[in-house]
Write a protein that binds this ligand. Structure first.
Ligand code: GDP
Length: 458
């Protein structure tokens, strides 16, 4: 539903108007914790218009001196999610300096304002109504919330804004539906797993070990060939006792078969690029005797840019020196070098002894689950409203960029669509703020997350 927010200084009749629009029986009082504590949400019905009505009461007994500042702050936060603001003044009392201050603030906002002159029953409010014209917020709508007068005028004033918003929401829903990949995720489906890494990291040895047979030949000398690039295999999960199907995608084999020896180092990147076309989860295999090298970070970035789930395994752990120093060093280098994800799964393994290999496959299945996860829209927007209230989007040129709502349009990798206006002016730093929040608070830490910006009007 479109959201209409009631704004005004204390005692102008905000709560009375809220009650009038919601009707006692339908009152839906929502005491959300945190930043939205001071707002009351209700479902409003006005001559066939349905919308959410938000009352920003809560400062009625504030200290006179701190009130303006606090109101401004609260109003600011509340306006972030609003489609229309009802700015209520008291027609009988006339304008006060606080009204004028609120008006000054509202004139700079991007939200359409409907100016309401309340307590206008009879002729008592005429004076205030005339004064209200001077606020520069359009013609005031005279009404009496208490007596239910002027509601048809309010309807007429709101109608164009809400109609436009409804059309936008329909367009947003259509875009989101179109982008939705709709594929149902089956956590038991075969896991497409690629092992990538520099030559001699131990990829072939690892795959051999998994398969428990010498279908792949390994050796220090390159140039070995094999037939298939994808091997279907059952991993026995000793924890659950189940067999889980895995398709191993081996790039070393592809490359060794096709190409000459002396370019191997450079070709590791090309191999990885090829493998990720087939993979859901990519394991980047490092060599414990060499650590994390520039080439490895390059491969890792590429995997993430392609939207695949990435994990890192440090192989040859059986011959690692200063194991904990090595592990922590690699952890730090990954977090520093790959800003698009935090806390990538990092495991120590030995293809030779078999150490850590069960954990590796288990972690790969778990990572695929996270990569395939869908967050319900309600939970997503609860987070979103909070994120916007904590850190409102910037206001270039004094006009705030309007972010309306967010929806998850894709999984594998997770992709989100953000709707709003003037999104072309949304700075990269603010987009990062949102993406980081999404990752941290909705459980997408180790997977690449994408944010698309859509404005239905463009
Ligand atoms: P690839 O080029 O990545 O496929 O690497 P290979 O599987 O051919 O392995 C390169 C070399 O590293 C071989 O000599 C392997 O025996 C050795 N190697 C692989 N895994 C391990 C391991 O876990 N520990 C030790 N010590 N050596 C390993």
């Amino acid at each position: 539903l479109p959201q209409v927010i009631i704004i005004g200084r204390p005692n102008v009749g905000k709560s009375t108007l809220w009650n009038r629009l919601v009707g006692k029986k339908l009152a839906l009082v929502d005491d959300q914790p945190g930043v939205t504590r001071d707002r009351r949400f209700g479902e409003a019905h006005l001559l066939g218009l349905d919308f959410t009505i938000v009352d920003t009461a809560g400062w009625e007994d504030e200290d006179e001196n701190t009130l303006p500042g606090r109101m401004r702050q609260q109003t600011e936060a509340a306006l972030v999610g609003a489609d229309v603001a009802l700015f209520v003044i008291d027609a009988r009392a006339g304008l006060t300096p606080l009204d004028e201050e609120i008006a000054r603030h509202l004139r700079q906002c991007d939200v359409p304002i409907v100016l309401v002159a309340n307590k206008a029953e009879g002729k008592t409010g005429d004076h205030g109504i005339y004064e209200a014209f001077s606020l520069g917020l359009g013609d005031p709508v005279p009404l009496s919330a208490e007596h239910g007068q002027g509601m048809a005028d309010l309807f007429e004033a709101l109608l164009p804004h809400l109609n436009e918003r409804q059309l936008e929401m329909d367009a947003e829903a259509a875009i989101a539906a179109e982008l939705d990949d709709e594929e149902e995720y089956d956590p038991k489906a075969i896991l497409k797993l690629a092992i990538v890494g520099r030559p001699n990291a131990g990829k072939s040895t690892l795959i051999n070990r998994f398969l428990q047979e010498d279908r792949l030949l390994t050796g220090p000398e390159a140039g070995i060939t094999r037939d298939s690039i994808a091997i279907d295999w059952n991993w026995h999960d000793s924890a659950s006792g189940e067999d889980r199907p895995v398709r191993l995608i081996d790039t070393a084999g592809m490359r060794k078969k096709a190409l000459v020896v002396d370019k191997l180092e450079k070709l590791a990147v090309a191999d990885a690029r090829h493998a990720i076309d087939f993979a859901e989860v990519v394991v980047l295999l490092l060599d414990a005797t060499r650590g994390l090298e520039h080439q490895d970070l390059k491969i890792a970035s590429m995997v993430l840019e392609e939207g695949r789930a990435l994990m890192i395994a440090i192989n040859k752990w059986d011959v690692a020196e200063d194991a904990s120093g090595l592990f922590n060093g690699i952890r730090k280098a990954l977090d520093d070098g790959l800003s698009q994800v935090k806390g990538l799964p990092l495991l120590a393994v030995s293809a030779r002894t078999g150490k850590g290999l069960d954990d590796l496959i288990r972690a790969a299945f778990e990572l695929r689950d996270a990569w395939s996860r869908r967050v319900p829209t309600a939970a997503l927007n609860r987070w979103f409203d909070d994120a916007l209230a904590k850190n409102p989007p910037p206001a270039p040129g004094g006009r705030r960029i309007k972010l309306r709502y967010i929806t998850q349009a894709k999984t594998r990798p997770p992709g989100f669509v953000l709707f709003g206006t003037r999104l072309d002016e949304l700075p990269a730093s603010y987009q990062r703020y949102l993406v980081n929040g999404l990752r941290r608070e909705l459980g997408f830490d180790a997977v690449p997350v994408r944010l698309m910006l859509r404005s239905p009007k463009n």
